[in-house]
Design a binder for this molecule. Structure first.
Ligand code: NAP
Length: 264
């Protein structure tokens, strides 16, 4: 059992690495911050006596992705966890274009690239698991984080469609749909200062990772951690899309204002 986890240097990816090493998986940890990966790999190898390797890669860079794919094929990866991702908060017209394009490259293109490269080997072996970390944002249009929400809608649609193509091959694909989770995500997205306002909505990364891991192992297609996220997902099936969009605009507007206040 060898799993590749992208975005393993912090948050949900780091917690998935801990859970999977404890469960006996050999791992390849991927992110840009090499020192964090090295520290985690050493700790997990010592604690659980499983081989944990790391690979420094900027997944927005095609050459880095190709080197990673070559390495993964040599290593014989049978579990792919597409977890690396980030968001951008703010009015779309004022956000940085380069950053938006980088986000699409990471949240969508890197996921498609790694999956397309590794899934044929899994199908040939008749065995493999893929876990795509989407978000509850996948189910709704999200004003003030519109591109991020749309990247996750892509991940959701692709995951569900691919599960149909993979049926009967021995390869399973799962989507994990976290809501607000305590990680570095909000700081990276530019919504720090928010946690105090919506603390009761947040789940901890270890719980989300645990639910995600167990769901993936069962081959569950849609993995929604926590009853609040299940409720939100259910509401998106009954509320008209304009109403959903307006509610998210109000909620995200408060987040962006709170962050601006915090930063001023
Ligand atoms: N936290 C939430 O509230 C929340 C909610 C729903 C969904 N999610 C999703 O959960 C996933 C994990 O995020 P998180 O919450 O755990 O946030 P996080 O703590 O910020 O972790 C993001 C991970 O992605 C890596 N990463 C970022 N840019 C990268 C790049 N260009 N190349 C390679 N790796 C890169 C980061 O490592 P380096 O910086 O070292 O590269 C880090 O390991 C994301 O897909 C996110 O969209 C999060």
């Amino acid at each position: 059992m060898k799993a590749l986890i992208t975005g393993a240097s912090s948050g949900i990816g780091e917690e998935l690495a801990k859970i999977m090493a404890a469960d006996g998986h050999s791992l390849i940890l991927v992110a840009r911050r090499e020192e964090k990966l090295e520290f985690l790999a050493t700790k997990l190898t010592q604690k659980y006596s499983v081989p944990v390797k790391f690979f420094k890669a900027d997944l927005t860079n095609i050459q880095d992705r190709e080197k990673l794919i070559e390495f993964s094929k040599t290593e014989g990866v049978d579990t792919l966890i597409n977890n690396a991702g980030f968001g951008i908060a703010g009015r779309f017209a004022q956000t940085n274009l380069e950053k938006n394009l980088e986000m699409i490259e990471l949240n969508i293109s890197a996921l498609v690239h790694l999956t397309r490269a590794l899934v044929p080997g899994m199908i040939a072996k008749g065995d493999g698991r893929i876990l795509n970390v989407a978000s509850i944002a996948a189910f709704v249009p999200g004003a003030y984080m519109s591109v991020y929400y749309a990247t996750k809608a892509f991940v959701h649609s692709h995951t569900v469609a691919l599960s149909e193509e993979l049926a009967g091959t021995g390869v399973t694909i799962s989507g994990l749909y976290p809501g607000p989770t305590v990680t570095e995500f909000n700081q990276v997205a530019g919504v720090q200062g928010l946690d105090a306002f919506r603390k009761n909505m947040f789940m901890d990364a270890a719980t989300v990772a645990d639910i995600g891991y167990r769901g993936m192992q069962r081959g569950q297609l849609l993995i929604l951690p926590g009853y609040k996220n299940k409720l939100i997902a259910a509401l998106t099936k009954v509320l008209p899309v304009k109403v959903q969009a307006r509610l998210i605009k109000i909620a995200n507007g408060k987040r962006v204002e709170a962050a601006a206040l915090h930063q001023s």
